[in-house]
Structure formats: C-alpha cells, structure tokens
Design a protein around this ligand. Structure first.
Ligand SMILES: [Zn+2]
Length: 259
C-alpha cells in the first residue's frame, strides 16, 4: 500500500499546503481521501495519476475538505485525451448525494454526470468493500453532524484518518478502539490545548487518542499555521505523554508498506 499526503493544510490558505487530501494506492485502487482546495493540482504536481482515481472518500462537508470536488470532475470530463469509461465511486457521509446534486445545480451536471458512471455510496453501515481488496470502515466523529473517521485495510496493512474531530468524554476509548493498531494513523491536531474548541484535536487530546490507538506511525496534519510555526508539535505530543513515532507531515510526504 502506498500513501501520499497531498494536502495537509487547514482553512487558512498557505502557499505550500493545500486543503485536506490524501492519496492511497493498493493494487488497482487509486483512492483520494478528502479533496480540499488545491487537491487536483496537488495530485498532478506530485506526479500521481489524477486521471485514474477509482474512489473518492469524504470525511465531512467542510469546504477545506471538499472544495476541489467540482474541479476533479471537471478535469475528468474535459481534461482527458479520450473520454473516461471507468466508473468512480464516491464514499461519503449521509447527505453526500444531496451535496452532489446541490453542487451540480450550482456549477453544472458534470459533477454527477461527467460522461462516466459516478456511484455515490453513503455511510449507513460500519464497513464497505472497495475495489482492490480494500475495506473501508467508518466511525462518526465529534466535529459536524456528518463527520466520520475512516479506516482503510488492504491485506495486512491498514491506515486510518481522524478527519476533523473533537474528543468528548468517552471518545478516547471508542474512537481510539476504531483507530487501533494501524500502520499509519493520520490525525488532525489543529490548535494548542489552550486555544482549541470542542470540535478539534490539540496535542493533549491527540496524545490520549493516539496512546489508545497505538499506530506504528502517527502522521499529524491539519495544524493551523501559526501554531505549527511557533511550536514543536511533535514535542508537545511527547510532553503530553505520547511515546510513539510522530511525523508532522507536509504536502508530498509519503509512506509505503513495501520496505
Ligand atoms: Zn472540518
């Protein structure tokens, strides 16, 4: 399995960080997890096969996570040498079909009818079979009504992504169990403990969550720029009691299950 951080930014625009987007490849599956502003250009800039995306997984509907969705479908409709025939499946929270029909009403029918089949599968159960022998599991998070964390398993490899989430009482255990034992846990860590609201993670919350999940590697993303520039975020996680390997990722960082 191959994983690439395409967009590691936040709602605050930064020249070197796009909106949330991760690329995952396993066998025939080429998956985008979230598709924030700049994602399509980011995928192209990193030399990844934007033409061949098979699945788009959405964690929630905030625009820093979905802003490039219309652009992706516009490029797949008008930017290819030959019309695409392969279908694309969108996996998203309840409300994803409504989101796409509203996007289509605003910018054009290509969002739902780009000339190839677009299947929209809303999370209504805990797990789904993707192509390429991948399994997608989902778990609601405390961020917006529709927000979910996702876990993608292929063979003996698993990665998980918190999406955006807070950590209310009891969630350390339940969300931590959902995220447990993965090779790479991608986790948001938006703001400092003193500044964070109820619906995001901070170093203390993430240290508790990751301490429960115990991933082989913790990728920290979605760190607000001033917090990231003024602080050693990995050091704060260690100070909060997290002893595992941590990498505060930037756009273009990658990981592979192959040695
Ligand atoms: Zn959000």
């Amino acid at each position: 399995m191959r994983l690439v951080a395409v967009g590691t930014g936040t709602v605050i625009p930064e020249g070197d960080r796009g909106g949330s987007c991760f690329y995952l490849e396993e066998r025939g599956s080429k998956v985008l997890v979230d598709c924030g502003p700049g994602a399509v250009q980011g995928v192209a800039r990193l030399g990844l096969p934007w033409r061949d995306v098979t699945d788009l997984i959405l964690t929630h509907f905030h625009v820093d996570h979905i802003g490039a969705v219309p652009g992706l479908f516009f490029s797949l409709k008008h930017g290819l040498d030959a019309p695409r025939e392969r279908p694309l499946t969108v996996w998203g929270p309840p409300g994803t079909r409504r989101l796409f029909s509203r996007l289509a009403a605003a910018v054009g029918d290509f969002v739902v009818d780009p000339g190839f089949a677009v299947h929209i599968q809303e999370y209504g159960r805990a797990s789904f079979e993707l192509g390429g022998d991948l399994e997608l599991s989902v778990h609601p998070t405390a961020h917006t009504e529709e927000s979910h964390a996702v876990r993608i398993t292929g063979g003996r490899t698993a990665i998980a992504y918190t999406g955006d989430t807070g950590l209310p009482e009891g969630e350390t255990r339940t969300l931590g169990a959902f995220l447990a034992g993965v090779d790479v846990l991608i986790a948001e860590c938006s703001l400092a403990d003193a500044d964070v609201g109820a619906n995001h993670l901070s170093p203390r919350r993430l240290a508790a969550l990751a301490g429960m999940a115990r991933p082989d590697l913790l990728w920290v993303t979605h760190v607000y720029p001033r917090f990231r520039m003024d602080h050693d975020v990995a050091g704060l996680l260690a100070a909060a009691g997290y002893g595992g390997e941590v990498r505060v990722v930037a756009d273009g960082d990658g990981w592979s299950s192959e040695p």
